[in-house]
Design a protein around this ligand. Sequence first.
Ligand SMILES: Cc1cc2nc3c(=O)[nH]c(=O)nc-3n(C[C@H](O)[C@H](O)[C@H](O)COP(=O)(O)OP(=O)(O)OC[C@H]3O[C@@H](n4cnc5c(N)ncnc54)[C@H](O)[C@@H]3O)c2cc1C
Length: 380
Amino acid sequence: MEALVIGGGIIGVATACHLAERDVDVTVIEKSHVGAGSTGRSGGGIRVQFSTSVNVELSLASKQVWDTFEDEFHTDIRRRRIGYLFLARTEETAEQLRRDVGMQNAFGATTELLTPEEAAEYCPKLYTDKFVAASYSASDEFVDPNLALTGYADRARELGVEFLVDEVVDIRVEDGAVVGVETPTRKLDAEYVVNAAGPWAGNVAAMAGVELPITPELHRLAFARPDEPLPEYVPLTIDLDSGAVFRPEEDDVAAIGGHFDDHPPADPDNFPQKIGLEWTMKALEGVADVCGYFGPDSAVTNGLTGLYAMTPDTNPIIEETLPGFVNAVGFSGHGFMHAPATGKLVAELIVDGEASLVDISTLSSDRFETASPSAEQNFI
Ligand SMILES: Cc1cc2nc3c(=O)[nH]c(=O)nc-3n(C[C@H](O)[C@H](O)[C@H](O)COP(=O)(O)OP(=O)(O)OC[C@H]3O[C@@H](n4cnc5c(N)ncnc54)[C@H](O)[C@@H]3O)c2cc1C
């Protein structure tokens, strides 16, 4: 069986790897270079703290791969197991956290509910009087996304996957089934074509006549030197009510960011490369309102921009949309961590004809027409 995977990001390369493990002949077609899209700009965060059960299940299934990645893929991905700390300012948000932790625990995750004072054991300068509850998962972590992608790509090559630098400009459909793709210079045939084109995925789906609600949105991350360095054990901390996020990096630098209702739609081939003064001020003010590390002498040293491929409910679409056309798209800011499970699920869809690792029936694209989808609340 032959498959063409469009996109050399973590979703495409993990998918290629897991397909090749199941004896499928795979070619990855990447228009630029492996990691050129969102993956190369990702924060590399891996967490189980989600509000929808399907995301928890995708996290737990992916974790089995992340936990053994260094041995299995012979790649040091610089794991930092510092956990994620979620904070609630209001009783309403605290109630959501309680529901989420109960659901996560029911699936076997070890997330704990904490009082603000208990949370301060992980983040000592936390302004405990501003919060009413917190949740913490020690198994949440972050890794270097480029090293992880390289590990997957090396394994894929070992398994015989070919990488082609070319741009898919059309998807060939005959009698309602996808039969291959076209690039400016080639016509390629395959029984399966996988759309793993990240922020470009809506355009790629349209080449097969399929309309998918994917919006590329601009997201930003800044690197700051706080007045007082964060201890390196401080978790990635998110204030769910304000959207502010921070975590310690190396050399006394902290990564800061957040979502402040300001993620403009963006053109994936031409989007702003600078984080901008207004957003930087909001990010600094946001983290300064959470804990005492970010005083008036904090300085932003660097920043990066990138794109989230958003769906209306911030959950991905993983399905065989037309015979022979599989979409693994719309990861809405959590595609890096969910790539291992996604790769295995796509391999199951293609080789077994159905997915079994995780129940992905809620991730089909018709959910946007037929039901009111359950939106992910724990969005970072
Ligand atoms: C600032 C930032 C921080 C993030 N932090 C996290 C995090 O902590 N944890 C997490 O899980 N996720 C995070 N994400 C999200 C994560 O980066 C993405 O969900 C993930 O990388 C998506 O991978 P992908 O393979 O689907 O897409 P991409 O990495 O964008 O890859 C798509 C590839 O397709 C190629 N392509 C597109 N069109 C064509 C075509 N026509 N022909 C050939 N090739 C084509 C592109 O060149 C690109 O290389 C973050 C994202 C950003 C921007």
